[in-house]
Design a protein around this ligand. Structure first.
Ligand code: ADP
Ligand code: MG
Length: 697
């Protein structure tokens, strides 16, 4: 039986079928429960009133009490407007309406006193407010809350009187009806420990706050609850997995020792050693490993993955590494093949473009166990790819995998799920990691290999191009190579390709003495490969390219990265691109070229790049600028459950909520204790409503 909160909103007083249909369509609100969670996005302080002689152009929204002296309609037809002349004891002003004239005129009685609210503008000596909100003085005085909610709404809703005020009106009715029915969702112990406001009061206060302090506590409580249930779900998932799924005991390290003493070309950083130990502890534990490795660009995640694979192979199993793109998979393959060959191990590459004959061979060698390591793209997930005994699956992720995809990877070993190592391509902020990957254990490589000189980054305007060319010439004469990267996005592909070609030509004109390569996505793979190889071999000095090189080539001799139209790139993309240089012993440079006029966000992005090389810091800024909603893969992960909580601003609350969830799980893993009954009920409730997300297109 549907409960009160599942009631369709058309049955709410003041809504009805028409408005309900509009609320469904515009705001995705179908039920009482969903409307209750349509929280205000800000609040206006209506405790302060202005006198007319205190008004100024600089004020945003003001509240004025005025008596109507007279109303007049000016102009004809579509230019018609209604003007109300009002006064208080300090002066006179005007209010103007261009729409809804008849409706307004009916509401305003000359001689009556009203509260008006809106943005004042000066016209000549007088102030005027266009389309103010208004209400008779008496009613307003009776209103309990002077701290007024402002609700998200849309043009279409506004046209049907569901502006912020209108939503507030129906919300008032709903909250009054709902209040006695709102049940607590958090245990008494949690409420006590974190001094939380009761759920029903939090709902009432967030919509109709009595005072700023109560509002603050209400918002805290609701954010806490959202984080708590997301974390609880993730922690429970993690727990079930470690309890239920046994992993193969992979405790042998013979190959690791051999690789270490005979072949490893450098010393591992302490961070790399620590992370390898963490993975090894998991793999030998008898429980299935699910671990995320976070590390900045160039922190050396690949070698950590390879050494983990050596553990798996030493222990008699196979390993695979899946990468998001063919270029990246190929690069991994080429890099790791060198190591595998030294160790006498069989390694192969499987992508969408692997020929049929090779494919058949690979399938066979996987099954009979001859092949030790398989590198590839999503092609690895196909059902025909079956292993003799897959012990470790490594995923180099650009974006979070879907749950379904991960399950496919698991199914590659029907007897024991393989141990799983996930590597992020770029760092993500801790709060986001805890939410996107909260069901995994997290290892962080927080140290770059020794001897790296920090990349120097500068921002130059297009008008400085000649100077930049001069700098490029000097670097090439020192024997270095240079990338010049252009943006290319689908929406403006033609224009982007043209500016890439123009850029290529102007570079050829400026540097006729140096051979230049060009690579972009529209070229045939073979041509692309040919040009890349020329650059890798040092035959060409400059590589003009689109972002295909973002995850592509590794050329230690390339020490300068010029990024054209840098304002059009996202922060993490800029950071990824910059990571293509600084791989050798030389001082490296990143030059961000942009036009002069920049939006505020673009400027923050470029300034951040100039200021810091730290990928974690950059990821934090990126999250603040873009918000988590923009990041891929967030829909299925619990980020979608965050309505009022904000990952970029509420990190401390998230930490508290995760602690609370952890305590609860530790005490009552199955959530069966009577004092946790409300938690279980809420989880079931959320499951029941989870289907609602499918309505979002
Ligand atoms: P990422 O973490 O971005 O995937 P890679 O694994 O591609 O980084 O490593 C970047 C480069 O650093 C590679 O050329 C790799 O061989 C090198 N490298 C990795 N670890 C070390 C180390 N401890 N000392 C020196 N060079 C290292
Ligand atoms: Mg990498």
């Amino acid at each position: 039986m549907p409960g009160f909160f599942d009631t369709k909103i058309e049955f709410l007083k003041g809504v009805g079928p028409q408005k309900a249909a509009l609320l469904n369509k515009e705001l995705n609100i179908f039920t009482f429960g969903e409307l209750l969670q349509h929280y205000p996005f800000r609040y206006e302080d209506r405790t302060k009133f202005y006198k007319i002689n205190q008004l100024s152009d600089h004020l945003e929204h003001v509240q004025v009490i005025g008596k109507i002296r007279r109303l007049e309609t000016i102009g004809m037809a579509r230019k018609k407007r209604l003007v109300a002349h009002i006064e208080d004891e300090t002066g006179e002003m005007e209010l103007t309406w261009f729409k809804g004239i008849q409706w307004v005129a009916k509401k305003l009685v000359p001689g009556g006193t009203y509260i008006f609210f809106g943005k004042p503008n000066r016209y000549g000596r007088k102030f005027s407010i266009a389309h103010p909100e208004m209400e008779p003085l008496t009613a307003a005085q009776e209103e309990k809350s002077f701290f007024q909610p402002v609700y998200p709404t849309t043009e279409k809703l506004r046209a049907k009187y569901l502006d912020s005020k209108g939503i507030s009106r129906i919300m008032d009715i709903l909250v009054q009806n709902a209040y006695p029915q709102i049940l607590e969702t958090l245990p008494v112990s949690v409420i006590g420990q974190f001094n939380l406001m009761a759920k029903k009061d939090a709902i009432r206060q967030v919509h109709f706050p009595d005072d700023p302090e109560k509002l603050k506590r209400a918002r805290f409580r609701l954010k806490f609850e959202e984080f708590f249930f997301v974390q609880l779900r993730l922690l429970k998932l993690k727990l079930t997995r470690t309890e239920k799924y046994r992993g193969q005991v992979l405790g042998q390290t013979e190959l690791v020792g051999k690789f270490y003493t005979d072949h490893l070309p450098f010393d591992l950083t302490n961070a790399q050693k620590r992370v390898i130990k963490e993975a090894f502890a998991d793999m030998r534990s008898g429980k299935q490993m699910n671990r995320l490795i976070q590390g900045d660009v160039g922190s050396g995640k690949t070698i950590v993955a390879f050494i983990s694979a050596l553990i798996a192979i030493s222990s008699g199993t196979q390993a695979c590494l899946m990468a998001p793109t063919e270029i990246l998979a190929t690069q991994h393959f080429e890099g790791l093949k060198e190591f595998a060959d030294m160790m006498g191990l069989r390694i192969d590459l499987l992508t969408g473009s692997t020929k049929k004959s090779a494919r058949t061979r690979i399938h066979g060698e996987l099954l009979n166990g001859q092949l030790h390591i398989l590198i590839g793209t999503h092609a690895l997930l196909e059902d025909v790819v079956q292993f003799h005994n897959l012990g470790l699956a490594i995923v180099d992720e650009q974006h979070r995998f879907g749950v379904a995809q991960r399950a496919k990877l698991w199914a590659k070993n029907p007897k024991y799920y393989p141990h799983v190592l996930v590597m992020t391509a770029t760092p993500i902020p801790r709060t986001l990691a805890m939410t996107l990957y909260g069901d995994l254990d997290i290892s962080v490589i927080d140290e770059l290999p020794a001897g790296r000189k920090p990349i120097q980054t500068v921002h130059r305007y297009d008008k400085d191009r000649l100077k930049v060319f001069g700098f490029m010439k000097k670097e090439i004469e020192l024997g270095r190579q240079i990338y010049v990267v252009y943006p290319l996005i689908e929406e403006s592909e033609k224009m982007d390709l043209k500016s890439l070609m123009d850029g290529y030509e102007s570079i050829q004109r400026a540097f006729p003495q140096y051979p230049t390569s060009i690579v972009h996505g529209n070229m045939k793979p073979a041509d692309k490969d040919f040009e890349m190889q020329r650059f890798v071999k040092g035959e060409t000095k400059i590589m003009v390219a689109t972002t295909v090189i973002e995850v592509g080539v590794n050329v230690p001799n390339a020490s300068v990265m010029v990024i054209e139209n840098a304002e059009r790139f996202g922060l993490s993309q800029l950071h990824q691109l910059r990571g293509r240089v600084g791989r050798g012993a030389e001082q490296s440079y990143c030059i961000l070229m942009s036009k002069y006029e920049l939006s505020k966000d673009s400027r923050v992005r470029l300034d951040t790049m100039v200021r810091t090389n730290n990928g974690f810091e950059i990821a934090d800024v990126d999250l603040k600028l873009r918000g988590p909603g923009d990041l891929m893969g967030t829909q299925q992960s619990g980020v979608a459950d965050l309505i009022i909580a904000d990952l970029s601003k509420d990190a401390p609350i998230l930490t508290m909520a995760r602690d609370a969830a952890q305590q609860l799980i530790a005490e009552d893993p199955e959530i069966t204790l009577p004092q946790h009954a409300m938690v279980l009920r809420q989880i079931k409730n959320q499951k029941k409503h989870a289907v609602n997300w499918s309505r979002i297109s």
